[in-house]
Design a protein around this ligand. Sequence first.
Ligand code: SF4
Length: 465
Amino acid sequence: MQKEPIFLSQKELDEQIWAMAAFQAVEDRPRSFHIVTYGCQMNAHDSEKLSGMLVRMGMAETEDRRHADLVIFNTCCVRENAERRALGNVIWLKQLKNEKPNLLIAVCGCMIQQPHMAERILKQYPFIDLAFGTHNLYRLASLLLELADKKHRVISVSPEENMIAEGLPVKRLNDYKAYVTVMYGCDNFCTYCIVPFVRGRERSRRMEDILREAEKLQKSGVQEIMLLGQNVNSYGGGKDFPKLLKALDGIGIPRIRFMTSHPKDLSDELIGVMASGKNICNNLHLPVQSGSNAVLKAMNRGYTREQYMERVQALRSVVPDIGITSDFIVGFPGETEEQFMDSVSLVDAVGYDAAFTFIYSPRVGTAAAKLKAQVPAEVSAERIRRLIQAVEQSTARVHQSLIGSTEQVLVEGVSKRSRTMVSGKGRRNITVTFAGDTRDTGKLIQVKINAAAANTLRGERVTTE
Ligand code: SF4
């Protein structure tokens, strides 16, 4: 049962809009900003919201952080590596602040939402001016106003976790594809995962708000939307996601994707909508995490290997050309060699297009971090090498099978490797390169595939839509 969200009231929204305008009257206010984003698409979209508010406050975005008056680190805490990288970069800014004393440094997002990290950052990094957690993002304008007024650091980490803020400005990264958040938080409490502790319980946006946003995007010429949620297919408690997807499909945006889906919420109704939808892309990211039932149980994933395979087969029976991608964790506490090999065999059994593979990273506050039988680092490192090899073989098989097919590609720009080639994603979410130039960016182009490389497909243009 999802928690009833509290929607930001009109009065609170007006206060934030007022703070954005009032900030422009501050004499020595920052004029430029730079945001460094770590982590997932949810964070990338949060950064678009931060940018939108800062632009409304009269600031301009700069690509070079050395030229910015305000630098924001939007952090991730899903793995220790991401935290380490963020903290390393924050220290680098200390030097910049010595040269440029008016520079403002802000840290926000998931890392700050963890009490032990917030405490550590505040003690060990006194040069940070502003820190705010995931639940306080919408208050950026009033926090900056408070900082300008008091001239001492401002910290805002609220435990309030079921707020949904509609109506804030957004500055999107590009104008042909867009993120649309449909739900926030997660109730699943996988034993290794910190997300429910830093993003709060599941809560869903109102369907009418999502549809209104999508209609606006369609009118502005957006070609693809990505629906976002930590557990996107549990939108409205799971029962409403097929209805939402069907309604969005009718709006006429040519491509719709969604992530991240939980296998337990991949219902027959949702599979039916995916099969009948005109604009829903034939790609599903369906994290499995392990191929071993014992490990899945210890992870509290809520399904068995057999149930996962049954869902994959049900989907493939009605969407035969669906491309499935996944996430795997190796070295979960207590994972034996045999259990690890169950993950390798699952890669072959499913035939994934691609998969992200991670070494288990203990997170303070999660149930798995307390387990005694941690797998030695060298064992995990060796296992992940073998798993990556299995995934690469699976990807190669899929890529080979697509030679001769025609893919609809949304061009993202000139290829990094050659100025005469462009690249973009096919509907199956595989990168495709072909001859073209910057005029193709943002267009949908039919491409005949004639070669396959490890991570990309190559082809030649057939038609532009
Ligand atoms: S489903 Fe599990 S892994 Fe995904 S966000 Fe929720 S707790 Fe984390």
